[in-house]
Write a protein that binds this ligand. Structure first.
Ligand SMILES: [Zn+2]
Length: 375
């Protein structure tokens, strides 16, 4: 269960006015204390406390001096002397183990080819292809590696027209068999996702993975390849284990496989059709095996620029999805920090993204008019 708690900070007596409001430092302390107390409750898995009506909105946030992470991120501690955040310190202390989870492209190719050979499949893999920057880069690499690829796009109803055109242009030029699917009740899933997670992405990934899993299973393709960045891989798959003090790559991988089975069987959204589809299809993150920087990705897209145009209608954090900004807006409002804060700061720690660029991405305001019309 995710729980968000709002503490109204406005004074009861209007005459008491500003002088009774705690200082920015006092507000942060209150937020921390309430958050810590909530997190100790056995039924609370996650909590973010946002003080409303105080002076904090005007005060500059405390930031990690190294990665720039917002000190309001739940559970993050900034060292009083050095100003370095607890996640940067964790990375320093476990750098080798953390990198032990990642591999190289040869390991990726071998893994995907072996599984395809064992299954006797016509394709080596099904790529989740959004038409955005990261998955477009992956598609070019898979083709260059000589892999037999089919691509899948989930149109959540808010995918930029430019991104959908990119998908058509690239797959046609590369001679790739491509499938785009939609879901009639996706808006309901978005609403549920916004309520539960204060983000649209959770509900979208869920539909995407369920549909892709079913397609891969029906076509006998044993591997689904994602374009999740290393920052997203750490944030979404690994950080939970790190917080329990577990950095063992093999053990984490085993538990992730179990987690995936549960993920597809729990919840009332949609089933994957059959349990067998989940058992027989594996999800492989391409960037787990590739250490490219964001600059490398941009360089390749520039090289193949006749096949890819940057969408102009998607906000700053996404290169394919227009509803993404709704998630950014709601998350910031209700949880007090950007929903891309954690994965983006991991990109900085891993050396894939310059800090100034991360700051620019996370501080670009959303287009409120567009967000409200979607809401
Ligand atoms: Zn940091």
């Amino acid at each position: 269960m995710a729980q968000t708690v709002t503490q109204e900070g406005a004074p009861q007596d209007p005459a008491a006015a500003d002088s009774d409001l705690p200082s920015a430092e006092g507000i942060r302390l209150i937020e921390r204390q309430v958050e810590t107390a909530l997190a100790e409750h056995p039924d609370v898995l996650d909590a973010a406390v946002v003080f409303r009506g105080g002076t904090l909105e005007d005060a500059p946030p405390e930031l990690c001096v190294r990665c720039g992470m917002d000190g309001r991120y739940p559970g993050l501690e900034l060292d009083a002397d050095s100003g370095v955040c607890s996640l940067c310190t964790m990375y320093d202390e476990h750098r080798e183990e953390i990198h032990g989870y990642f591999g190289d492209v040869d390991a990726f190719t071998a893994r995907v080819r072996e599984r395809a050979a064992a299954a006797g499949s016509d394709y080596d893999c099904l790529l989740l292809f959004s038409g955005g920057k990261d998955s477009t880069y992956v598609l070019h690499q898979l083709v260059r590696l000589g892999l037999r690829v089919m691509t899948f796009t989930f149109d959540n109803g808010f995918i930029s027209r430019t991104a959908l055109e990119n998908v058509e242009t690239i797959t046609k030029a590369l001679g790739i068999e491509h499938v785009t699917s939609t879901r009639a009740d996706q808006n309901r899933i978005f609403v549920q996702s916004l309520k539960e997670h204060k983000s649209v992405c959770n509900g979208c990934f869920r539909s995407l993975l369920d549909l892709a899993n079913q397609l891969a299973y029906e076509r006998g393709i044993p591997s689904i390849v994602t374009g999740l960045s290393r920052g997203q891989i750490i944030d979404e798959r690994l950080l939970w284990f790190y917080r329990q003090g577990d950095f063992d790559a093999e053990r984490i991988e085993e538990q992730l496989a179990v987690g995936r089975q549960i993920y597809h069987r729990v919840g009332d959204q949609i089933g994957s059709g059959s349990d067998q589809a989940v058992d027989e299809v594996e999800v492989v993150d391409y960037y787990r095996y590739s250490d490219v920087t964001k600059d490398d990705i941009r360089a390749l897209l520039a090289e193949t620029s006749q096949l890819w145009s940057a969408p102009k209608d998607t906000g700053f954090c996404s290169s394919n999805c227009m509803i993404n900004d709704v998630g950014v807006y709601v998350h910031k409002l209700e949880r007090g920090f950007h929903n891309y804060e954690s994965p983006t700061r991991w990109e900085v720690r891993l050396g894939h993204l310059a800090r100034a660029e991360a700051d620019a991405e996370l501080r670009t305001p959303v287009n409120i008019h567009r967000v409200k019309s979607m809401l």
